[in-house]
Design a protein around this ligand. Structure first.
Ligand SMILES: *Cc1c(COP(=O)(O)O)cnc(C)c1O
Length: 461
């Protein structure tokens, strides 16, 4: 019998076009993963069945977005689509000035070069790979000020993206406010497992930083997902539409970098947005060196149009409920089947806890990397490592950074896969979990200098 009053989440769209996916045999996959050096980033997409490598640039665009692609104004300067994008950024996010970039890291590059001086400290709610690298390349040093619960995969804290204000105050005292160019705040913290920051915490942070005249730069890659969690979990927001919560978050910050390949539902694009005119003018000048003229920043006019439309779709309650609902569906299934995952389930993916799944393996044997390879071998499902390989090395000591979270990320693209796909993924994860004792560790045989997780190669021990 059906439980009374229960209604499943469902997608607020139907499917108009399909793209076939390829099934492979285990024997095929053994060859493919070996050729790829046991790094899922080095597999060919054609050899993947269900691709949960990333939610970046992998979303399905709507018919409205595709229609917008036909309205691309490909003028070198002053494209109408730039102005549409500027309107969308002002309307939904409230930032005054816009510099488009080809993706998020290009915006991080610009803001880091403009605001960071040699020896500066940049506190943030957990590192992100590209964000921290650009801070370091500009001469700065990232300092983690996220609450301790974020590093504990079992903590059920509803806002594991929160800043520990005491840690930040201590840093301000130690380093001096003038050595802190800004605080870097991510919404829906990726490396913590897609965990939100609360509005209460952000407001308190705003108060503290304003006392010391320190601006907040917002990594708004997944701001709508964070806003949805605020609506669901934070007291006083259940009646507020996501679009209004998004605006409240942005209004508490001074500028933002955006990878529009995530929340904003496009295959390529990003931007830097700021409220300060001088920073804007510097960024508008610098973007010409690295990306292109300030009215296209490395994008085609049609890409900017798709982004403008994607932004407005991304903040609709129906959309975001189904998006996060699908992620929760997969996570709940794995919890029900007792597979160790990071709790609570995040907004953009389910993170397997490799330390718990493979307790016989040390971080030096790259347990999460090995687990991701094993999952691919089992079913052709592609995931990625978020552990010691992603964390890289300490630039001073040259040692591995050993993060407390050693995870495999099953990242769900937006509007792409069905509930049955999620079932297949869960079944494969459960199978791998059952046979976990057979999984062997890896050794790294090739290590690139920057962001090694993308291109490193491994061999089984
Ligand atoms: C993806 C991502 C970035 C970088 O954006 P790209 O578009 O991949 O360059 C920055 N921050 C976070 C939180 C991200 O998830």
């Amino acid at each position: 019998m059906r439980p009374s009053k229960q209604r499943s989440w469902a997608e607020p769209y139907k499917i108009k076009m399909v793209e076939p996916v390829k099934m492979t045999s285990r024997k095929d996959r053994e060859k493919f993963i070996n050729d790829a050096g046991y790094n899922t980033f080095l597999l060919r997409s054609d050899d993947v069945y269900i691709d949960l490598l990333t939610d970046s640039g992998t979303s399905a665009m709507s018919d409205q977005q595709w229609a917008g692609m036909m309205l691309g104004d490909e003028a070198y300067a002053g494209s109408r689509n730039y102005y549409n994008l500027e309107d969308a950024v002002r309307k939904y996010y409230g930032y005054r000035y816009l510099v488009p970039t080809h993706q998020g890291r290009a915006a991080e590059h610009l803001i880091s070069q403009i605001m960071i001086r040699e020896g500066d400290m940049i506190p943030g709610n957990m590192y992100f790979t590209t964000t921290r690298l650009h801070q370091e390349l500009a001469g700065g040093q990232f300092v983690d000020v996220i609450i301790d619960e974020a590093h504990d995969p079992e903590s059920e804290h509803p806002f594991k993206g929160n800043v520990d204000l005491q840690k930040l105050e201590d840093l301000i005292k130690k380093a001096g406010a003038d050595r802190i160019p800004y605080v870097s705040i991510a919404t829906s913290v990726n490396m913590a497992g897609g965990q939100p920051i609360s509005l209460e915490n952000l407001r308190a942070l705003r108060e503290l930083t304003q006392k010391h005249n320190i601006p907040i730069i917002h990594d708004m890659t997944r701001v709508a997902e964070n806003a949805y969690f605020i609506k669901m979990k934070e007291k006083g927001y259940d009646d507020m539409p996501v679009v209004a919560i998004v605006r409240e978050i942005c209004d508490l910050t001074d500028g933002a970098t955006m990878s529009a390949k995530k929340d904003a539902l496009v295959n390529i694009g990003g931007f830097l947005a700021v409220n300060d005119k001088e920073i804007f003018e510097e960024a508008r000048n610098l973007v010409v060196v690295y990306e292109g003229l300030h009215t296209y920043g490395g994008l085609a006019g049609r890409d900017m149009e798709a982004m403008a439309r994607g932004i407005s779709e991304s903040v609709q309650d129906d959309h975001i409920r189904a998006r996060v609902g699908q992620v929760q569906y997969l996570g709940d299934k794995l919890i029900e089947w007792k597979v160790p995952v990071v709790r609570p389930i995040g907004s953009h993916g389910v993170f397997l806890d490799a330390r718990k799944i493979l307790p016989h393996m040390s971080q030096d044997q790259f347990s999460a990397q090995a687990l991701a390879a094993e999952l691919y071998l089992d079913s052709g499902v592609r995931s990625m490592e978020r552990g010691v390989v992603s964390a890289g090395r300490n630039p001073e000591s040259g040692e591995h950074n050993y993060p407390s979270l050693e995870m495999v990320r099953l990242t769900i693209p937006r509007r792409v896969y069905t509930q049955a796909h999620m079932d297949v993924v869960a079944e494969s994860v459960a199978e791998v979990y059952e046979n976990r004792k057979r999984i062997r560790g890896l050794k790294m045989v090739y290590e690139p200098k920057y962001l090694r997780f993308f291109q490193a190669r491994f061999e089984p021990l």
